[in-house]
Design a protein. Structure first.
Length: 83
């Protein structure tokens, strides 16, 4: 869940005026490039991202981000470390 949440959050914050550079996303995520491609494919299969000009979260992906952020806030309030 953390990987998907982090990846969707990063994609949501990226500049939409140009194509997303996956190596920049890879560095932010700290995952191997081949694994990043698999995560992106899984998100596409789940309908959480779309790739028209640039990868971006769908409405379903944005709902996931909102719920994910609520979980992170709750865990912080409970004193649970989530890495």
């Amino acid at each position: 869940m953390k990987i998907y949440g982090d990846l969707l959050t990063i994609l949501d914050k990226e500049d939409r005026t140009e194509k997303i550079v996956l190596t920049r996303i890879q560095v932010q995520m700290k995952v191997p490039f081949d694994r990043l491609k698999i995560y992106i494919e899984e998100l596409e299969d789940l309908g959480l991202v779309q790739d028209d000009i640039s990868l971006k979260p769908t409405e379903k992906g944005k709902e996931f981000i909102a719920e994910y952020e609520k979980i992170i806030v709750f865990m912080k309030r409970m004193g649970i470390a989530y890495r």
